[in-house]
Structures are given as structure tokens and as C-alpha cells.
Design a protein around this ligand. Structure first.
Ligand code: FE2
Length: 249
């Protein structure tokens, strides 16, 4: 089991007590999926939609993380690993490097259906995990963890963190002449997604240097995001960022 290799993350690993979810919890999951589905079907990229089918997400009940891992592991080596909440950097990077994606088992509260700053299973699974079925994205994400686990310079970590933010969390991709979404923060958020669709956000061509120079703002909706042409582009960008480590990226 990959979990045996985790040291820094070990104190945060928990079990998903699936039987403890209530009828109300499953109904809330169903409502969250129903609210996001129309935009996702039209605006999510092909790879996300394929991954959604591959990992077997259900519209009417919370995901069982073990079942998702059983589908992902033979395909890309990733698992969805339940954790107790926010992880320190060392634990988070160690998990990514081991292809274990940390997932919160808690569901957001009913009064935070649109947005919650707390980790929750809807953002983590619905937002992130479908992309882990895509081989190139899966390799990119693992390499990100591996590189970051070896960095101890705070400036370098902040800069390379922007690559994560503008890809994994808020990434866009051009497909079929349109801007499509794959970043979990756009996938799981009605407000961010609507902002992209309605042109409230400048969409720049992805450029590693520009991404590394663009500070993360968490206090307002995004006004500038970056679109890739293919997932090979962020795989290559991650390799390049890894080569630059030591020069503060
Ligand atoms: Fe996220």
C-alpha cells in the first residue's frame, strides 16, 4: 500500500467512515452536483469529463474514496486518500509525490453551497479527482509534489506554488476553438466558472515565466487566468520549473 511510505503525512491519514454519512449528506451532495452539472457538461474539458466517467462519480450519493482509488490505481497509479483537513506543505507534497491525493471526508455546510474556504469533499473529489485519470496530468501532478518536497526555500515554494494555482486549481485549456475549464476551483465554483464563461476574466496564453510572476489572490474572483493548448504543456513546464529549482525557480 502506498500509505506505508508516508511519513510527514502519517498523522493526518484517517479512514472514510462511509456508513456515517446521513441521508441529508447524500442529498446535499446530489444538490451540489445538480447545481454544477449544466456548466460542467458544456464548459469542462474532454479530459475532465472522461475522468468523471472513469472514476464513477454518482450524482446522488457521496463518493466512496476506496472505490475511486480502485478505479484510478491501475490506470495512473493515483489514489484518493482520506485526510483530517489542511496539511502542512511537507505532508501535502509527500502525498502528491507518492500519488496519494489528500481528500477531506467532510462535506461543506448547507449554508456554504456556493463557496467554502474550508477543505471539503465536494471540491476535493468533484473538483480535482477526475483529472487524475489522465496520464499526462497525473504524471505532472506527481512531479510537482516530488519537486516541492525537495525545496526548502520559501520564495521558491511560493513561486512554484503559482504554477499549481494557475493549473491544478484554476487552469483553463483551449479545445475546439473554445476556452474550457479543468482547474478544480473553476470546476467546483459557480461564481468562478460564470466569470470565465462571461468574459469577466482575461484569458492569457499559458507562459511559465508569466505564471511564476503572477501573485495568487484569494480575496477576490480571478481577473486573469491562463489557458494551455494541451496537458503536455504543463508537464513540460513542470519539468522546466524543476530544473530551475535552486535558482528560486
Ligand atoms: Fe483544490
Amino acid at each position: 500500500m502506498p500509505n506505508d511510505t508516508l511519513v510527514a503525512a502519517a498523522p493526518y491519514l484517517i479512514e472514510q467512515r462511509y456508513q456515517d454519512y446521513t441521508v441529508d449528506d447524500h442529498a446535499e451532495w446530489a444538490e451540489l452536483v445538480r447545481r454544477r452539472k449544466p456548466q460542467i457538461e458544456t464548459h469542462a474539458c474532454r479530459e475532465y469529463l472522461d475522468g468523471y466517467q472513469i472514476i464513477g462519480l454518482a450524482a446522488d450519493r457521496l463518493p466512496n474514496l476506496k472505490n475511486i482509488s480502485d478505479r484510478l490505481r491501475p490506470r495512473t497509479g493515483w489514489s484518493t486518500t482520506p485526510v483530517s483537513g489542511f496539511l502542512p506543505g511537507a505532508a501535502f507534497f509527500e502525498m502528491l509525490a507518492a500519488r496519494c491525493f489528500p481528500v477531506t471526508t467532510r462535506l461543506r455546510s448547507r449554508d456554504s453551497l456556493d463557496y467554502t474556504p474550508e477543505p471539503d469533499i465536494f471540491h476535493d473529489v468533484f473538483g480535482h479527482v477526475p483529472m487524475h485519470a489522465h496520464k499526462v496530468f497525473a504524471d505532472f501532478l506527481q512531479h510537482y509534489g516530488e519537486v516541492c518536497a525537495a525545496i526548502d526555500d520559501a520564495t521558491a515554494l511560493e513561486r512554484i506554488g503559482r504554477l499549481f494555482w494557475y493549473t491544478v486549481e484554476f487552469g483553463l485549456i483551449r479545445q475546439d476553438g473554445k476556452v474550457k475549464i479543468y482547474g478544480s476551483g473553476v470546476i467546483s465554483s459557480q461564481g468562478e466558472c460564470t466569470n470565465v464563461i462571461q468574459g469577466g476574466c482575461e484569458v492569457r496564453d499559458f507562459d511559465l515565466d508569466e505564471v511564476l510572476e503572477t501573485p495568487v489572490r484569494v480575496d477576490r474572483i480571478h481577473t486573469r487566468l491562463f489557458a494551455i493548448e494541451s496537458f503536455d504543456q504543463i508537464y513540460d513546464a513542470m519539468r522546466e520549473a524543476g530544473r530551475r529549482v535552486g535558482k528560486a525557480v
